[in-house]
Write a protein that binds this ligand. Structure first.
Ligand code: IMP
Length: 425
């Protein structure tokens, strides 16, 4: 029987802990494939007392006998990529032999990063809060049919193509007030491109179909989260790719009929990094306590993350858009010790209560809360306390999807798998 592609994706604003879940389930899969985003992502994995942060490389890289594929939907900065490879190799990880890169993946140029910075600086107060990794300008060149792809580095005229794109970017700098310097980054980038040629560059869609034909199980690893999706996120405060399950089809070249499970990852609370609407954001001691206990600082940028209570209308929306079949609740331990835990069940907008996401969350959505009993310390070796079970049941009934995985600490081992039946709504 042909293999299936299960999808793991973020059901909130990113940073849900996808890397950890992918790492935990990786032994069940022959292939872990990233399908969108780029080095704006920071997937953190902790095991054997060590912390690793991955930006471009899929989170299956620490497991033996697992192929890791960087799919066509990903955008790659060769400098950041090589830096990541070197860091892993220094930690004793064999990266190269099990890593494949799609020839169709687009390249982030130093000028893309400079354009990102120029665009954000020009926006002033209205800035998106981009990670400034060049993501937006690279996807703009992809859809504008100007981009450079990984496969282009194998062509004899690569440098001509590169110079033509840089010349276009230089003209574009003309429309910006702020023009960051980028030339000093060029040689390092060209050297990294040279080194990229030594990796396994493949026609990934064909390779993947061959794996599926042989019956291999594939895990598609998403980056960012549903509410940062270019179509369904809180536009314009979003990233430039499809972070939703449909993105796995376009970002890997598989049809919807190949998709198996869709696993939505969410934190027991909410966070957001960068600008944009966030109805349950806390500006008080509770928010600060969550930030501290959850170490909520960006793994790519180090920025403090905005923290707030769980937002059920947003989670339900994510379940709908992605066709989520099961949920994984992360960081339940971060809320330990809070007497009361709040959950947003609906929004009040212009005096009207609604439990679905409006066209523009920025127009003032006031959360309507339910208060639930908090819990004490959590331990993966023990059953979940009844308060956590009650919290989970509340979520399952509101979203209509079972919570199968519960994470109670950063380590690989601090993970519980629940037996779940179907959830009545
Ligand atoms: P960009 O994708 O770097 O341009 O950033 C666009 C928006 O998405 C900004 O608000 C970023 O903070 C946010 N963002 C991008 N990548 C991530 C991520 O991996 N986790 C959380 N937020 C992200």
């Amino acid at each position: 029987m042909a293999g299936k592609v299960d999808v793991i994706l973020g059901a909130q604003w990113g940073d849900e802990g996808k890397g950890k879940v992918v790492d935990v389930v990786a032994p069940d899969y022959a292939v872990i494939a990233r399908f969108q985003g780029g080095p704006n992502a920071g997937h953190t994995l902790i095991f054997d007392g060590k912390k690793h942060v991955l930006h471009t490389i899929p989170s299956g890289v620490f497991r033996k006998n697992v192929w890791n594929l960087v799919g066509n939907g990903v955008v790659i900065d060769p400098v950041i990529f090589l830096h990541e490879v070197k860091g892993l190799e220094q930690a004793g990880v064999d990266v190269r032999s099990k890593l494949l890169i799609s020839r169709r993946a687009h390249l982030i140029l130093p000028t893309h990063r400079a354009l990102d910075a120029a665009s954000e600086a020009d926006k002033g107060e209205a800035k998106i809060g981009s990670t400034l990794k060049g993501i937006g300008p690279t996807y703009m060149d992809k859809t504008g049919r100007n981009g450079l792809r990984v496969g282009d580095i194998e062509r004899p005229d690569f440098m001509d193509r590169y110079r033509a794109l840089v010349a276009k970017h230089e003209r574009l700098f003309g429309i910006h007030v702020n023009k960051p310097e980028w030339r000093s980054k060029e040689q390092e980038w060209l050297d990294a491109v040279q080194m990229l040629r030594d990796f396994h560059l493949v026609d990934s869609e064909l390779w993947l179909h061959e794996q599926l034909r042989k019956g291999s199980a594939v895990m598609a690893e998403g980056a960012q989260g549903t509410l940062l999706d270019i179509d369904f996120g809180t536009y314009p405060f979003v990233t430039s790719s499809n972070t939703i399950s449909a993105g796995a089809c376009t970002g890997l070249g598989v049809g919807p009929s190949s998709i198996g499970k869709v696993i939505g990852i969410f934190k027991a609370y909410s966070t957001r990094v960068g600008s944009g609407p966030f109805p349950t954001e806390l500006h008080d001691a509770a928010g600060e306590a969550i930030r501290k206990a959850g170490n909520e600082f960006g793994s790519t940028t180090g920025r403090p993350r905005r923290c707030g209570w769980l937002d059920l209308p947003a989670l339900r929306y994510a379940a709908l858009i992605n066709g989520i079949t099961e949920l994984a609740m992360m960081k339940a331990d971060v809320l330990s010790g809070m007497g009361t835990v709040r959950v947003c069940t609906a929004y009040k907008i212009k005096g009207q209560v609604r439990d679905s996401l409006p066209f523009d969350l920025a127009e003032g959505a006031e959360p309507v809360y339910a208060d639930l009993k908090g819990w004490g310390a959590l331990d993966a070796a023990r059953p979940l306390p009844p308060e956590v079970e009650a919290y989970i049941t509340f979520i399952e009934q509101a979203v209509g999807v079972p919570v199968r995985i519960v994470s109670v600490g950063p380590d690989r081992e601090a993970t519980l798998v629940r037996e779940v039946a179907s959830v009545p709504r």
